[in-house]
Design a protein around this ligand. Structure first.
Ligand SMILES: [Zn+2]
Length: 107
């Protein structure tokens, strides 16, 4: 097919929405990436109730727990520190979560 510069015809693929912008630093992170989830603790599986990454904790009755399990928070902490170092902190920003590698030193 010949694509004319006049633009009076369009390939359907160019009308599709462009892919979401990708963070240029993304490749430095390895899974699980704490910033990919709304709540950083959800980036890890729960050792208490066994929920996989991304799923909220469930309580003893099987209903959604009001809070995430303490063990999961500790695990998320451990993974975060293993990934980013024990001086890093995570910040809530307008667009999501941001890793500050020196956050705990500065604060
Ligand atoms: Zn849990």
């Amino acid at each position: 097919m010949i694509c004319r510069p006049s633009g009076h015809h369009q390939l359907s693929r160019v009308t599709l929405a462009p892919p979401l912008p990708v963070c240029p630093n993304r490749e430095i992170f390895t899974m699980p990436d704490s910033t990919t989830h709304r709540q950083p603790v959800l980036a890890v599986a729960c050792p208490t109730c066994g929920k996989p990454p991304g799923a909220w904790c469930s309580g003893p009755s099987g209903h959604r727990a009001s809070d995430l399990h303490q063990g999961r928070k500790a695990e998320a902490d451990r993974v975060f520190i293993a990934q980013h170092g024990d001086t890093a902190s995570i910040l809530r920003t307008a667009t999501g979560w941001q890793i500050d590698p020196r956050g705990r030193i500065r604060d």
